[in-house]
Design a protein around this ligand. Sequence first.
Ligand code: PEP
Ligand code: MG
Length: 358
Amino acid sequence: DDELVRAVDRIMSHADARRRLQVRANADNAEDAARARRFGAQGIGLCRTEHMFLGERRQLVEDLVLASSDEERERALAALEPLQRADFTEIFQAMAGLPVTIRLIDPPLHEFLPDYTELAVKVALAGDAAEEKDRRLLAAVKRLHEQNPMLGLRGVRLGLVIPGLFAMQVRAIADAAAAVPGARAEIMIPLVGAVQELEHVRDEARRILAEAGVEALVGTMIEVPRAALTAGQIAEAAEFFSFGTNDLTQMTWGFSRDDVEAAFFSKYLELGVFGVSPFETLDRDGVGRLVALAAEEGRRTRPDLKLGICGEHGGDPASVHFCHQVGLDYVSCSPFRIPVARLEAARAALVCAGSDTR
Ligand code: PEP
Ligand code: MG
């Protein structure tokens, strides 16, 4: 067994010596970060901060979103900030000076709100006896209720609409980074489709970072088709791009990523519209063209623009190969897929150095 382990280690170190693509992990807590490092991650490419607000903390986000006064909102933010500072401190410690890309909160809002239909039924059934508290809650939830939450108040939109939310997160990141020697924070803004959205958030983030005396890159996800199409403009305000190919695939095809098992998918496989689900392997002809275009136009604006991918495709061999070909700097995937990504990155470098056979 020892011999086998040594052989695997040898293969991996040969692969690492040959690949150009860096391999990072998607990790949201210190435990995943530690696991990612054991698998050889060179950083965290996506820390989804909305995952930090599940369980007991969910109520605080609900309080924040439904706050009816500045005081209520500030109280919720003040309760969240130390929790976030502790989250980020642990992750920076676990990554020991490797880069950590922290994405500001991007929840589909309904996950944090009481169920609208359930609440409406409860109030309706109670009639005149309905509690005042429930009536007020229903009115607040109704205001935010959306038919398509995945196309609604998510990502950067949430940050622009709820005062103080992104600022709280950036302050927590800055304070945590200041407290952990060598910490390398990269702040990532989700769901951007226009440079103006990014400029607002970036300016505020820069101000907070400067106040804390902390340096951090500020960049964006490219996951809305419009962001890819206007990448040249967006690169004016971003120090890095990370392709969110889950959303980019959903929005380019117009398929819901939450219904990938939808009835027509098996029909499409049978008809050869695609050989594999485009949510598993990057669709080169469509989504891939948007990635290539954004990479090229982004770098034309900003030659040192750092480019990565953090959608599920970052751990899929055929997609990793494509990422090498279009010149990305890194792929980021679930910790368990890191070894495969390292091997494929090396294979892509070797194959592409000759002629590409794929
Ligand atoms: C993506 O859209 O590809 C992505 C990484 O973000 P999320 O899956 O969290 O929407
Ligand atoms: Mg996304």
